[in-house]
Ligand binder design. Structure first.
Ligand SMILES: Cc1ncc(COP(=O)(O)O)c(C=O)c1O
Length: 402
């Protein structure tokens, strides 16, 4: 059997220039300053995989290891915490710069705010970030998860004091259910995707993710390095929009080639890029993929223009590619560091490794201009957030290479 990727190329020179001012360096600076004020903050490692790069025939590979983020094993808390911070700042009529972590969680701020209930739908990581932030603020969080979610992930959200249940629906229908509850009961909906009429908070979520991109940028800059290629995984595309917007804004005409990676069971951005008719094209039904964080069928409305204007490639991949990426990162070559990366976190590593080594993917490798001069930047957006699944793949070899 051979590996099959589906690729859509997007000629960004033909697209209208997008306004990236909301994802500029100035915004990234403000967001990073907010996150730095958290006592749980430390910069996550940017791991250089020199030996792997040599083995694959690339100049270098850097991977940002978000398993270290705030002790929560995933990057997602960056979006939720900044959004809740921004929401509270607005409610108090303050600038977020006057609301560092210590002030935000203070007794006085709690007294001024009164009781708030935050509600969200999640595959796990985002909900954990919201539950964690609400816990810091001594506020309530209600979290719903799509059908098939791992109980282990649900229990980790409950451990932060949130109410958390698994529904009978897919991610997008679970989002709709939460929104109905929010409207009915006056809860604050903190969702990591947008739709017409709900766009302010998702914009802050995207901005929150910029901390991860900005840290990586600053680290590379300190070594006089610039990536030639970025691969970024996508569910609704909020993360991808934050990363794409930031790097396109900061590098301008020297921007790296950006490739979005989605599971073939939930490839809504790939489908939208392929149709190329200015409409969004959702994927519906059960999106039964091991890449739980990427199992989203409806692209983020406010992110699509950023992606359409600045992403060169949209790639749809099989399950085994993510599993391969987990094994590559978990079993490094001598001299390289180990990165513990979950299904959604490792998808891009699987892509790069297979593109460089599989004969049947040689054409795509060429179209993506990957060669011995390429400096590749990846984001391992989660650690082993589903511990049992991680061991099944990395130790027991499920989803073997095809
Ligand atoms: C680990 C992980 N990586 C990537 C993503 C994708 O983010 P987005 O839905 O913004 O595309 C998610 C989303 O939940 C995630 O949990």
């Amino acid at each position: 059997m051979t590996v099959k990727f589906d690729l859509v190329q997007n000629d960004i020179t033909k697209r209208q220039k997008t306004d990236l001012s909301f994802l500029s360096e100035d915004v990234a600076k403000k967001v990073l300053k907010f996150h730095k004020s958290f006592e749980q903050y430390w910069e996550t490692p940017l791991v250089e995989l020199k030996e792997l790069a040599r083995y694959l025939g690339l100049k270098d590979i850097f991977i940002k290891d978000e398993s270290y983020r705030f002790g929560l094993n995933a990057f997602k808390v960056l979006g939720g915490s900044f959004t809740i911070g921004q929401y509270i700042a607005n409610k108090l009529g303050k600038n977020i710069e006057e609301l560092p972590y210590k002030t935000m969680i203070s007794h006085e701020v709690k007294k001024q705010l009164g009781d708030i209930t935050f509600i969200t739908a999640t595959d796990g990581n985002h909900g954990r970030g919201i539950a964690w932030t609400a816990e810091q603020l001594k506020q309530k969080a209600i979290v719903y998860m799509p059908k098939g979610s791992a109980l282990e992930r649900r229990d980790r959200i409950r451990a932060h004091g949130a109410t958390c249940e698994i529904t009978e629906w897919n991610y997008d229908d679970t989002v709709r259910y939460c929104n109905e509850l929010a409207e009915k009961n006056g809860y604050v909906m903190v969702q990591d995707t947008a739709w017409p009429g709900y766009e302010e908070l998702p914009r802050w979520i995207m901005q929150g993710y910029m901390t991860m991109a900005y840290e990586a940028y600053l680290k590379l800059k300190s070594q006089n390095l610039r990536p030639t290629h970025i691969f970024i995984q996508a569910g609704v595309g909020s993360l991808a929009s934050g990363v794409t917007g930031f790097f396109s804004s900061i590098y301008a005409d020297k921007k790296p080639i950006i490739t979005i990676v989605e599971p073939d069971k939930a490839a809504c951005l790939y489908k939208t890029a392929k149709a190329d008719d200015e409409k969004l094209h959702p994927v519906t039904g059960e999106m039964n993929t091991i890449m739980a964080g990427l199992a989203c069928g409806e692209p983020i409305t406010i992110g699509w223009p950023v992606l359409h204007g600045n992403v060169e490639n949209f790639l749809s991949i099989p399950e085994e590619t993510a599993a391969h990426g987990m094994r590559v990162l978990g079993n490094p070559l001598k001299g390289d560091e180990r990165v513990i990366s979950g299904e959604s976190g490792a998808a891009t590593m699987g892509v790069v490794s297979q593109l460089m080594k599989k004969e049947e993917l040689a054409d795509i490798k060429k179209l993506l201009k990957l060669d011995e001069n390429s400096v590749v930047l990846l984001f391992s957006t989660e650690g082993d957030t589903y511990f049992e699944g991680y061991r099944d793949i990395v130790w027991n070899g499920s989803y073997p290479n095809i």
